[in-house]
Every structure is written in structure tokens, then in C-alpha cells.
Design a binder for this molecule. Structure first.
Ligand code: TYM
Length: 332
């Protein structure tokens, strides 16, 4: 059976981008067709300036939202990265096959490092090694497919390269994974600046729809989305990024196609109105289930405990094999 692994960082409140680019597919498709694991990557949240209490709170909230989005612990495994030591054990070995040049080339590293420097802070070494830990997340489970949004494709490429290099140097140990991207909404853009990704760590939330935004807040944000200077509704990501983004969101929410939807609308106003309602409808069941789950924290904790146990049992043999292959003696 195909093995699927994906992860999500507890670095902020989850967004519509996370949902349409990744989570919804995990719940609707991946968990039913593959042996799948979904991980709240809390160790990754420590790679930038962070508040410990906030990381704890967001880790719980992220796990709860994964379940609220429809992940079913009866058919998939949901857990916290820090509960499974195999991730960090393997990460070190992969640091021994990765070159510093190839991690410095990562777009996300360059962007985040620049932001940290701009704020006057220093760049944590773990920000540089971040994609190596991400490769460990993936490779520890013999993952075939990694369903992610477009921004993570480069990191999955690195995981592929590291797996292939390790196998070639030390003997076959890892499955070489590949990323899978959604057909629409692989890159949901910020509603106030459609040249930037809708990200959860944005300083201002005006262009970001959060999964837990009240319906009226969602409507307001979508209705105020920046559109382009033209008047016609056409789908052109390069020339009309604002309108194309709304069409992508509407298509992803309604199961349509952004190009054909463009033909249906003759004004930006009606496109925004329908997009706002479509988003509200998509978020409604997730928010309702989230409320129920918040009332039952013991259930969520149980899911995470069982998930970590299952994940550990799956990862340990692969990581142990990697330890032997690279030249380390087993403990006596
Ligand atoms: P993260 O936490 O930034 O995002 C989680 C998932 O949401 C997708 N995503 C988007 N998709 C479309 N449009 C957007 N605006 C948007 N914003 C986020 C991301 O592509 C991702 O699929 N490094 C990863 C976490 C990670 C991971 C892993 C993922 C750590 N280890 C192993 C896969 C496998 C990250 O920061 O995702």
C-alpha cells in the first residue's frame, strides 16, 4: 500500500491556504487511499523566534484542527513530531549526507533568514537545517508520496536527493519519495497582496483567512480583497493575480475550474460575493467539529498518544537500519 506522510507547523493559526493546499486533500483523499501519517511538526516551530507557551497552545490547536478537518484516527495516524525521537535521530544522519550549499539554496531559508535579520534577530542554525529535519520526517516512514502545497515542493526535492544519495553511498535504506500537489489552490495568495503566499505567520491578518475566522470576518476579508485594475473577469495569474487568486479559491471550494468560472462572472463584486460564501460554507463543518473537539481534550490527547506509539513503531526499524548502514555499531 502507498505510504503517505505530511506535516504542518504550529507557528500560527491555520489558514485557508493550509486547508485548500493540503489538509482538505489529506482528509478527503489521502487517508482513504493510502497508509498515511499526518504530523504536527512542533520541532520545526522552534527554528524561529518563538514563545514556548504559544507553541504549546498552537500545537494542541493544530492537532485539533487536523481532526476537525476530517482526519480519522481509525484510518490514519496523527501525532506530534517531538513525541517520536526517530525524527531527530535520523536528521543527524542526513546532515552527514547533505551539503551546506544545497540547504542554503532553499528559497524558504533565504526568505525566513532575511526576515529574521530585518527584525534585528539572529538566524538560528536550526533554520538552516530545517529541510534536513523535514527530510527525516519523510524518510523515516518509507514514504512514497508527500501531499503538500507548492511552497514545499523544493523541500521534498531535497528529501529525494538525500534519500537517493544515502542509498547510493550506504546501500538501499530509504524509499525515494515524491511530492503531490493539488490541481487547484496549490498556492493560495494573500488577499491584500496577491503576489505573496497566504501564510500563517503574517504580521497582519487582513489578507489571510484563518480557519477559525467567524463567517462575517471571512466575508469582510474576501470582499476587501485587492483586485486588479482591469474590469473583466479573466483567469491570468501573471497579469491579474488578485482575480486569479479569487477564482482559484472559488474553484477549490466548489470543485470547479478557475478558467471556466471566469466566464461565469461579469463583475469583480459578484465574484467576491460568491467566493466569500463558498469559503464560509467550506469552513462551516470544520469549525463546528472543532468546537466539539475542544470540549473533549482528553479524546484529542488519546489520539496523539496512540498516534505517537504507532509512528514510533513504524519509524524505528528504518532509522535503526540507517544507523547500521552509515557505520554505527549497534548498542551492546
Ligand atoms: P506549513 O506548516 O507551512 O504548511 C502546511 C501545508 O500547507 C501548505 N500551504 C499552502 N498551500 C497552498 N497555499 C498556501 N498559501 C499555503 N500555505 C501553506 C503547505 O505547502 C503545506 O503542505 N515545512 C512544512 C512542514 C513539514 C512537512 C514535513 C511537510 C515539516 N516536515 C514533512 C511535509 C512533509 C511547512 O512549513 O508547512
Amino acid at each position: 500500500m502507498t505510504r503517505v506522510f505530511s506535516g504542518i507547523q504550529p507557528t500560527g493559526h491555520l489558514t485557508l491556504g493550509n486547508y485548500l493546499g493540503a489538509m482538505r486533500r489529506w482528509a478527503e483523499v489521502d487517508q482513504h487511499r493510502a497508509d498515511s501519517l499526518f504530523c504536527v511538526v512542533d520541532l520545526h516551530a522552534l527554528t524561529v523566534d518563538h514563545d514556548p507557551a504559544r507553541v504549546r497552545r498552537l500545537s494542541r490547536q493544530t492537532a485539533t484542527l487536523l481532526l476537525a478537518s476530517g482526519l480519522d484516527p481509525e484510518v490514519c495516524t496523527v501525532f506530534l513530531q517531538s513525541h517520536v525521537d526517530e525524527h531527530t535521530r535520523l536528521s543527524y544522519l542526513l546532515e552527514c549526507v547533505a551539503a551546506d550549499g544545497e540547504v542554503r539554496r532553499m528559497i524558504q531559508y533565504k526568505e525566513k533568514a532575511a526576515k529574521e535579520r530585518q527584525r534585528g534577530g539572529s538566524v538560528r542554525l536550526s533554520l538552516l537545517t530545517y529541510p534536513v529535519l523535514m527530510a527525516a520526517d519523510i524518510l523515516a516512514y518509507g514514504t512514497d508520496e508527500v501531499p503538500v502545497g507548492e511552497d514545499q515542493a523544493q523541500h521534498v526535492e531535497l528529501a529525494r536527493d538525500l534519500a537517493a544519495r544515502f542509498n547510493q553511498r550506504y546501500g538501499h535504506t530509504f524509499v525515494v519519495p515524491r511530492s503531490t500537489l493539488p490541481q487547484v489552490a496549490a498556492r493560495v495568495m494573500n488577499l491584500q497582496d496577491p503576489t505573496r503566499k497566504m501564510g500563517k505567520s503574517e504580521d497582519s491578518g487582513a489578507g489571510v483567512v484563518y480557519l477559525l475566522d467567524e463567517p462575517d470576518v471571512v466575508r469582510k476579508k474576501v470582499l476587501r480583497a485587492v483586485t486588479d485594475s482591469g474590469r473583466e473577469v479573466v483567469y491570468d495569474r501573471a497579469e491579474r493575480p488578485g482575480v486569479a487568486n479569487l477564482l482559484d479559491i472559488l474553484a477549490a471550494c466548489t470543485g470547479g475550474n478557475p478558467e471556466s468560472l471566469a466566464d461565469v462572472y461579469d463583475s469583480y463584486g459578484s465574484l467576491k460575493k460568491d467566493t466569500a460564501e463558498a469559503v464560509v460554507e467550506v469552513l462551516r463543518p470544520v469549525q463546528a467539529r472543532h468546537r466539539e473537539l475542544c470540549a473533549d481534550p482528553v479524546y484529542v490527547e488519546g489520539v496523539l498518544r496512540d498516534g505517537a506509539e504507532k509512528a514510533r513503531a513504524l519509524a524505528r526499524p528504518t532509522v535503526d537500519t540507517a544507523y547500521r548502514a552509515i557505520g554505527l555499531l549497534p548498542p551492546v
